[in-house]
Design a protein around this ligand. Structure first.
Ligand code: ASP
Ligand code: MG
Length: 408
């Protein structure tokens, strides 16, 4: 008998039929003699709907109340799933994040897990219950409910798998696994059987929405393998784990794209020490994550600083950067919300020259203009116009297809 930790995403519990499907999958696991701990997301678009409801009433909803409100989505799905299992003759109990012993810091809406105290879960398993845990939520030191950021049920699942010393964390979703590119855009995209944490983290951070980046990071930190598969089939999915082979691994594993991008330019700032700090410190304090920072070479003691933020953060970011810009004597601050990111990711690129050139050629051949470029050791990202992003993904998939085939 082993302990299985599973997570079902919002689309997998979107309605009564889908919940019944999940219940019968859990029942099968129990019938095979396993202890089942199952994390669920809120049904379908519940979280978005709750957010928009709050915004119909108040412009800036109170943070504490907002986290309690959003946590209810997962309470609904966990209770419905537990009662369905019971009606099928299986002992089951739903637990909120609080009851499941998920402790977090006090950062509302983006709380980080500080500890898992799994006693209650273990007690319930001992009693013979399937334990259904409401994802995306925890409890802070003030005994208040917090939420873990969008997509946070993945984080709950990986944290519980670690806390309960499971062998693997199974994440079930509406696709068959991680693909070499979004299959809705590239029909020839191939499913990746196995991928390293590092690559998966870059893909997830740069737009592959199949897994929350924080959950991948957590899995990596604790060496917890994560299996991503479909809740509609029994096909093997993608195993996210420690990179296996050394030199034989494929070079480009996947292409990610992200349309939630806004560019902010601070033009004509004095080229002297401390300026970047003045711009980025207040953004950090406001918990806005910034990437793709580019500073031009200074000319006549002035320079420009350009960076990107999530489009969902741009209003807040501008409200911070505009006054700072005036304070430091910048000529002006502008923003652009018509851009997207497209990235190629692969550990094998590290020491092999020519990948950047091939990427730029593929984009140039499509007549796609590159606005900004950033790289990590294993990723190259180009910022391009959003209306060309699908063309870019297709062109890049084609340009690197040889390598996807090799990986199979
Ligand atoms: N329901 C939350 C969200 O939509 C958490 C999750 O789905 O993982 O972001
Ligand atoms: Mg969701």
């Amino acid at each position: 008998m082993s302990l299985i930790v599973q997570k079902y995403g919002g689309s997998s519990v979107a309605d009564a039929d889908r919940i019944r499907n999940v219940a019968s999958r859990i029942a099968r696991g129990r019938e095979a003699g396993n202890d089942m701990v199952v994390v669920v997301s809120a049904m379908g678009d519940t979280t978005d709907e709750l957010i928009s409801l709050a915004h119909q009433l108040v412009e800036r909803p109170d943070e504490r109340e907002m986290d309690v409100l959003l946590s209810t989505g997962e309470i609904v799905s966990s209770t419905l799933l537990a009662m369905t299992l019971k009606s099928m003759g299986h002992n089951a109990v739903s637990l909120s994040g609080l009851q499941a012993g998920i402790h977090t810091d006090t950062q509302y809406s983006k709380a980080r897990i500080t500890a898992i105290e799994p006693q209650r879960i273990l007690q319930e398993l001992n009693k013979g219950n399937a334990v259904i845990v409401a994802g995306f939520q925890g409890l802070n030191s003030q005994m208040d409910t917090t939420t873990l950021g969008r997509g946070g049920s993945d984080t709950t699942a990986v944290a519980l798998a670690i806390g309960l010393a499971a062998h693997v964390c199974e994440i079930y979703t509406d696709v068959e696994g991680v693909y070499s590119a979004d299959p809705r855009i590239v029909p020839e995209a191939v499913k990746i059987d196995r991928i390293g944490y590092e690559e998966m983290l870059e893909l997830a951070t740069y737009g592959a929405s199949v897994m929350a980046p924080r959950a991948v990071e957590l899995g990596q930190a604790h060496g917890m393998p994560i299996m991503v598969a479909s809740s509609n089939s029994d096909n093997a999915g993608t195993l996210i784990c420690k990179e296996g082979s050394m030199e034989l691994r494929n070079k480009v594993s996947g292409i990610a794209h992200d349309t939630n991008v806004a560019k902010i330019m601070v033009i004509g700032v004095p080229d002297k020490p401390g300026i970047a700090r003045e711009i980025f410190e207040p953004l950090a304090r406001a918990n806005i994550s910034v990437d793709t920072i580019v500073q031009n070479a200074g000319l006549d003691n002035v320079t420009d600083i350009t960076f990107t933020v999530a489009r969902t953060d741009v209003v807040k970011a501008l409200s911070i950067v505009e006054p700072v810009g005036r304070g430091i004597g910048a000529t002006r601050v502008t923003s652009d919300e018509t851009l997207s990111k497209v990235s190629i990711v692969g550990t094998g690129m590290q020491n092999t020259p020519g990948y950047a050139a091939r990427m730029f050629r593929a984009l140039a051949d499509e007549g796609i203009n590159i606005h900004l470029i950033t790289t990590s050791e294993i990723r190259i990202t180009c910022i391009i116009l959003e209306d060309r992003v699908k063309d870019a993904v297709r062109a890049l998939h084609k340009a690197f297809e040889v390598e996807f085939r090799q990986a199979e």
